[in-house]
Design a protein around this ligand. Structure first.
Ligand code: ADP
Ligand code: ASP
Ligand code: MG
Length: 423
C-alpha cells in the first residue's frame, strides 16, 4: 500500500490512513506500507536547499529532502501502534533500498530485505519512507520528484506482493486530469503502455518510472483513493483503476467490461520550454553540433523540428527542453555559437504540450487529423508536433492549455454523461 502527500498531510489524515492499513491487515494480509512526505513538505525542503546555496550539492540536498518521508513513516507507525496494531518503520538504509550513485535522481538497483520479510511474517506492519534509498557511496539518496510511487512498486516486487495499491486524492486514473475537466471519466483499467506514455507526457498521478518498473516486474498495480469513508468498497474488490497488460485489456473488452477507444486519455505538461536557433547552416552534422553538448549535460530534448532550408543554405531549428534546464541549455548553446553557426537564439517558457494517448490508434487512422481540426476550430495555434505509435503531442501557447484539453476530451468522445458527473 502506498499513500501520497495529500493522504499523509497531518495527523488526522494519517489516522485515516492507519485505519485503512489496519483494515487491510485485519483481512489476514501481511502489509508493507510506503509513504510520501506531507503535501507541500518536499517543496519546502527543496526551497531551503536553494536558499542555503544556489548551486547546492545534490548529496546534501538528498539529506535534506529525504527527511519529509522519515517524519511521516514514524508518525504512521506510531498511529498504527496507537490503534493496537504491531508496526515499525524501515528507513531506506535499514532495508536497504540500494540505488545507483546519482544524487537527487537515483534509480533503485535492488531491495533485499530479509529482516523486513521476517518481521512481516511475525505480523508486524512495515512502514517504509518512499523516495529514499542508500546510494553506492553509502550516503542517502532520493529518486526524483514523485519517486514514492517507484519505491512502492520496487518494494512490492522485492517481497513478491500480491498487489501494489497506490492510494491518492482521486479514486483512479481518469481520461484526463479530473481537476481540469469535470467531465473526465474514471477508467476501470488502463494498459501499462498507455499509462507509461500518459505519465511521461504529464499525467502526474503515477511517476513514469514506477509504471515501467511494474511492467517489467509484473507487479499488479491499482490506483485508488484514500479519501473514502469507512464503508467504501474494499481495495481487494478493485474499486480503483487497474494497470493491466494489453492481453488483459483485450479480454476485458471482449467481456464487455471496457469499451475500445481510439484515444484513452489526454495529458498536458507546462514544464517544458521552447528554444529556436535561427539560420543554422543546412548541412550534415549541424544538428549534431546542437544536440551533442545538451546530451553531454544530461539535458533531455523532447520535440524537435527542423524547418525546410531557406535560400543561402540555412535553416531554423526548434526544440523543447525541461524548463528547469532552460538557462543551462541556453548558456551551453551560446558557448558553442561559433561551432554551431546559428544567428539568434530565441527562448519561450510560455508553452504547453498537450498529448492524446491510446493503444487504439495503432490500428486506427485519423487520430491526429481529429486533433488538429478540433484545435483549429477553437483558434488554437499548433507550434510543433511529435508522435509515437500510441501518442500525438502538440505544442501550444500555455494560456490555451485548459481549453485545449477540454476541446480534445469532447472531440474524442471521452466526456462522461452529465448524470455520471452529477453524483
Ligand atoms: P500523490 O500525492 O498521492 O502522489 P499526486 O498529486 O502526485 O498525488 O497525483 C494525483 C493527482 O494527479 C490528482 O490529484 C490529479 O489532479 C492528477 N492527475 C493528472 N492526470 C490525471 C489523470 N489522468 N487521472 C487522475 N489524476 C490525474
Ligand atoms: N515527497 C516526494 C515528492 O514530493 C516524493 C513523493 O511524494 O512521491 O516528490
Ligand atoms: Mg505523486
Amino acid at each position: 500500500m502506498k499513500f501520497g502527500g495529500t493522504s499523509m498531510a497531518g495527523t488526522e489524515r494519517i489516522r485515516r490512513v492507519a485505519q485503512i492499513v489496519r483494515r487491510q491487515a485485519a483481512g489476514g494480509n501481511q502489509v508493507a506500507v510506503v509513504v510520501s512526505a506531507m503535501a507541500g513538505e518536499t517543496d519546502r525542503l527543496v526551497n531551503f536547499c536553494r536558499e542555503a546555496h544556489a548551486l547546492y550539492d545534490p548529496a546534501e540536498y538528498d539529506v535534506v529532502v529525504s527527511s519529509g518521508e522519515q517524519v511521516t513513516s514514524g508518525l504512521l507507525a506510531l498511529t498504527l501502534q496507537g490503534l493496537g496494531a504491531k508496526a515499525r518503520s524501515w528507513l531506506g538504509w535499514q532495508l536497504p533500498v540500494r540505488t545507483i550513485e546519482a544524487h537527487a535522481k537515483a534509480r533503485i538497483e535492488d531491495i533485499d530485505a530479509p529482516d523486513m520479510l521476517e518481521s512481516l511474517e511475525q505480523g508486524v506492519i512495515a512502514v517504509i519512507p518512499g523516495f529514499q534509498g542508500i546510494s553506492a557511496d553509502g550516503r542517502i539518496s532520493t529518486l526524483g520528484r514523485g519517486g514514492s510511487d517507484t519505491s512502492a512498486v520496487a518494494v512490492a516486487a522485492a517481497i513478491d506482493a500480491d498487489r501494489c495499491d497506490i492510494y491518492t486524492d482521486v479514486d483512479g486514473v481518469y481520461t484526463t486530469d479530473p481537476r481540469i475537466v469535470s467531465r473526465a471519466r474514471k477508467l476501470k483499467a488502463v494498459t501499462f503502455e498507455e499509462m507509461l506514455e500518459l505519465a511521461s507526457v504529464g499525467a502526474k498521478v503515477l511517476q513514469t518510472r514506477s509504471v515501467g518498473l511494474a511492467m517489467k516486474e509484473g507487479v499488479r498495480l491499482q490506483v485508488l483513493s484514500s479519501f473514502n469513508d469507512e464503508d467504501a468498497t474494499p481495495a481487494d474488490d478493485l474499486p480503483g483503476t487497474m494497470i493491466v497488460s494489453e492481453d488483459e485489456m483485450n479480454a476485458m473488452i471482449e467481456r464487455g467490461e471496457m469499451e475500445r477507444q481510439h484515444v484513452t486519455g489526454i495529458a498536458h505538461d507546462k514544464n517544458e520550454a521552447k528554444i529556436i536557433l535561427t539560420r543554422v547552416p543546412d548541412k550534415p552534422g549541424a544538428v549534431a553540433e546542437i544536440f551533442q553538448p545538451l546530451a553531454a549535460a544530461s539535458i533531455n530534448v523532447d520535440m524537435i523540428i527542423q524547418n525546410v532550408g531557406r535560400d543561402k543554405g540555412e535553416t531554423d531549428v526548434t526544440f523543447t527542453v525541461p524548463q528547469a534546464d532552460l538557462a543551462r541549455a541556453q548558456t551551453l548553446l551560446e558557448d558553442r555559437r561559433g561551432e554551431i553557426g546559428f544567428n539568434r537564439i530565441i527562448t519561450d517558457s510560455h508553452i504547453a504540450k498537450i498529448s492524446v494517448v491510446g493503444v487504439g490508434m495503432k490500428s486506427h487512422a485519423g487520430v491526429a487529423a481529429t486533433m488538429f481540426r478540433a484545435l483549429s476550430e477553437r483558434g488554437i495555434n499548433i507550434q510543433a508536433i511529435s508522435t509515437s505509435e500510441i501518442k500525438v503531442s502538440v505544442m501550444i501557447d500555455e494560456d490555451e492549455t485548459e481549453l485545449a484539453v477540454r476541446v480534445l476530451h469532447t472531440a474524442y468522445g471521452l466526456d462522461a454523461d452529465l448524470e455520471d458527473t452529477a453524483s
